[in-house]
Design a protein around this ligand. Structure first.
Ligand code: HOZ
Length: 441
């Protein structure tokens, strides 16, 4: 380890001391499991502040951030316009529990970006958005079963916690205790990219499936792209069987373009869920769709969903400030170009040291899978060498590069990342991969 890395390691004392105290009062020292770094080992980060593309830990170490709060921070940390909007609203009141015009303003910005969302309901987390969309689909169709895809993650509502991605895949939790068996049985898991399996599920549960829920680009088993015809086929099968298609764009919504991934992929769900980017780093999520479907939600219809802080003015101001910047010409193209440079550079470095790996990527989102084979579903993703991923993560961190602390997540770029950051990342990757390749097999 070179002098700088030794110094970085030594300076981890304060972070470690804070985390040790946190473990006494917070479960595992964290408020979301993946932050415990269990699958990559070593001390979890404790962050003091952030700016642009950088995080600064409690010991003052600067880290180039490729997690970006799991995709929410698309403009970079402490974005001046968002910070000013939040400060301004904080002085005017943060939450009233009564409607404000700000909710209308953010909804209008979203429906301008995603025109097929005729009506929207704001909630405060991606989990609430997907949970509410499934409840709405069940309420409309009067059916109980849902189809989801192995390795996809739609938040931690009971119906989604079987064979799910993200933190469950990271911790190896296939079936979550605490979910009643009668409820778990209503969730039918099938492989991503497998339309035949979807057909079989509908044949075996004729007239009983309310909806299919899918990430249009899976990003919670690592990034897995839909194969040609898959998403269109899903919509056709669902509609042929009287079910709805819920497209979970909590990660992809306004991430790849100033709009939906659905438009990019040529499909349209009946209901869409959004989150992360639309809140500008403050808790905002939403579900929406055609008015004829959304009007089943209370108070217009009987499908109940509510939230004390839903649409609160503080969060709305942050979302508005974020979305107004996403219309900037060239913003997405530049992020994509940088991501493409990173991906092609990593492929060169991996090949140079003879480490078998696949990189799945689209726009500013990517995952390096340490496996020789293509990754087109969860079974493929799980063949990855997670120990080698963990080594890569731990070789990159002392070099100042913060990657997703799990093989089953994605890395994200923000508008704050620069070409110099990519060069620095590739130089660190070269050293890291040479170190890994030099290890005895
Ligand atoms: N929600 C994210 C799914 N990719 C992971 C972040 C977390 O669970 O804390």
């Amino acid at each position: 380890m070179n002098k700088a890395e030794t110094q970085l390691k030594r300076e981890g004392q304060r972070s470690r001391e804070i985390f040790e105290r946190a473990e006494k009062v917070l479960v595992g020292g964290v408020n979301s499991p993946v932050r415990a770094f269990r699958s990559v080992g070593g001390d979890p980060l404790v962050i003091d502040h952030a700016n642009g593309q950088h995080l600064y830990d409690a010991d003052g170490n600067e880290l180039l951030d490729y997690v970006c709060s799991w995709g929410a921070i698309i403009l970079g940390h402490a974005n001046p316009a968002i910070a000013e909007a939040v400060a301004h609203q904080a002085r005017r009141g943060t939450s009233f529990g009564v409607t404000t015009e700000l909710e209308l303003e953010l909804a209008m910005l979203i429906s301008k970006a995603i025109p097929f969302l005729e009506k929207i309901r704001f909630v405060s987390s991606g989990t609430e958005a997907t949970m509410s969309a499934v409840r709405l689909a069940r309420g409309i169709t009067k059916r109980d079963f849902i189809v989801k895809f192995e390795g996809c993650y739609h938040g931690h509502a009971d119906s989604f916690l079987s064979r799910a991605g993200s933190g469950l895949a990271t911790l190896g939790i296939a079936e979550c205790p605490g979910v009643p068996q009668v409820l778990a049985e209503l969730t039918l898991n099938v492989p991503f990219n497998d339309l035949q399996a979807v057909e079989k599920a509908f044949s075996a549960h004729k007239g009983k499936i309310a909806a299919v829920i899918v990430e249009p680009i899976a990003a919670n088993m690592g990034v897995v792209l839909p194969e040609p015809g898959f998403l269109k086929g899903l919509r056709e099968i669902a509609h042929r069987n009287g079910a709805l298609l819920i497209v979970d764009e909590v990660i992809t919504g306004l991430r790849l373009r100033n709009g939906s991934a659905q438009e990019l992929l040529g499909i349209e769900g009946d209901l869409t869920t959004l989150g992360k980017v639309i809140g500008g780093g403050v808790p905002v999520a939403a579900y929406g769709g055609y008015a004829e479907l959304m009007n089943h939600v209370a108070p217009l219809g009987p499908v109940y969903q509510a939230g004390t802080l839903a649409g609160n003015p503080l969060a709305m101001r942050a979302g508005i400030a974020a979305l107004k910047q996403l219309t900037k010409p060239g913003l997405y193209e530049r992020m994509t170009q940088l991501a493409e440079r990173l991906v092609s550079g990593l492929r060169v470095e991996l090949s140079a040291v003879g480490i078998p790996a696949q990189i799945n990527a689209i726009g500013s989102v990517a995952t390096v899978f340490f496996t020789p084979g293509p990754v087109r579903n969860y079974a493929d993703a799980r063949r990855s060498d997670t120990k080698r991923y963990a080594r890569f993560f731990r070789e990159m961190l002392p070099r100042g590069i913060f990657l997703a602390p799990s093989q089953f997540e994605a890395v994200f770029l923000s508008a704050a990342h620069t070409a110099g950051d990519i060069d620095r990342t590739l130089a660190a990757a070269r050293e890291a991969l040479q170190s890994i390749a030099a290890e005895p097999a």
